[in-house]
Write a new protein. Structure first.
Length: 319
């Protein structure tokens, strides 16, 4: 009876552990950290909770795919274009958030231009840096488990977008350093350029996975948990910005950081497509995934029993 209870608890944690951890982290940080002093109570606390729960949900969205690839020891059915573009986009977004939060010069330039403070919070930076790390791990898995390198398997549009992004970034930096077109180009505008790089990559990265699911008539290689957590994060991100804007009667936070708002909208749009593909259009792939998960759990169970059989059964058996 005790063994059965342990097995059930283990299965519960395997299935819902990430959800429980996400909820716990979001609520703990939302209630534990100081709330924004610009909003009246209790809305300041509600905004704080929404911000940290969206951070936790968006951060958690990267783990299902990593676990999925690791358990299958394969990235078949997972878009290499998505894997390549994701770290580049989050590197740009991390740079944007870090400078907006901690660069005195950038914050002064922003205040002069928009007459307010950047709508960037600590949770935005932590999320972006964490996302860059996890998406880099996913890219490394494509190299480890894939039949060929990610770059060799990338589509031509993906390569063109990547090369164009790198070239434009270098040209922008050179132009600022040499004082070319000083009236229009500055480090603040460069940060906005990076934020739009992130927006363009986000617009581009999901489409190859949608197309791959359509071609294979399956979502077997794509973890639906990614879309579910991403949808939750996008919804709360938009809700927090709208709430802050309504309470402050000032939507410059949205117009001053349009990428954050745009990311939420794009996430919702594509996540709905993924959920329709997974749960409605291609249910056969869902069944194959469940069967594969069952086989993996059976293998894990057999391995555990084999390891247990090698252990001493009684104290007298021990040397």
């Amino acid at each position: 009876m005790e063994h059965s209870a342990k097995v059930k608890l283990t299965q519960l944690l395997q299935r819902h552990g990430l959800l429980l951890a996400t909820t716990a982290v979001g609520l703990s940080l939302g209630f534990g950290r100081p709330a924004e002093d610009m909003l009246p109570f209790p809305w300041s606390r509600i905004s704080s909770v929404m911000g940290w729960v969206y951070f936790a949900a968006w951060s958690a969205s990267f783990y299902p795919q990593v676990f999925h690839n690791y358990r299958r020891k394969s990235v078949e059915g997972f878009s290499l274009d998505f894997a390549i573009l994701n770290p580049i986009g989050f590197l740009a977004y991390t740079t944007f958030n870090a400078a907006m939060l901690y660069s005195t010069g950038i914050r002064k330039a922003y205040s002069k231009h928009y007459h307010g403070r950047p709508a960037v919070h600590l949770n935005d930076l932590v999320f972006a840096a964490h996302a860059f790390a996890l998406s880099s791990i996913t890219l490394a898995q494509c190299q480890l488990y894939g039949k060929r390198s990610p770059w060799a398997g990338a589509s031509q549009p993906c390569r063109i977008l990547l090369c164009a992004t790198m070239a434009a970034t270098l040209l922008y930096i050179v132009a600022i350093l040499f004082g070319i077109w000083k009236s229009a180009l500055s480090w603040l505008t460069f940060l906005y350029f990076l934020s739009y790089v992130k927006l363009v990559i986000t617009l581009s990265k999901y489409a190859p996975q949608v197309a791959l699911n359509y071609r294979t008539q399956s979502t077997k290689g794509f973890s639906i948990g990614t879309a579910l957590y991403d949808f939750t994060g996008g919804l709360l991100s938009i809700a927090q910005q709208v709430l802050d804007g309504v309470l402050m009667q000032d939507f410059s936070a949205v117009t001053g950081a349009p990428v954050k708002f745009g990311l939420g909208l794009i996430s919702l749009f594509y996540d709905i497509i993924f959920m329709v593909q997974h749960f409605i259009l291609y249910p056969a792939g869902q069944k194959d995934e469940q069967q594969e998960d069952g086989n993996l759990q059976l293998q894990d169970s057999q391995t555990t029993r084999e390891q247990a059989s090698l252990l001493p059964q009684h104290a007298s058996d021990a040397p």
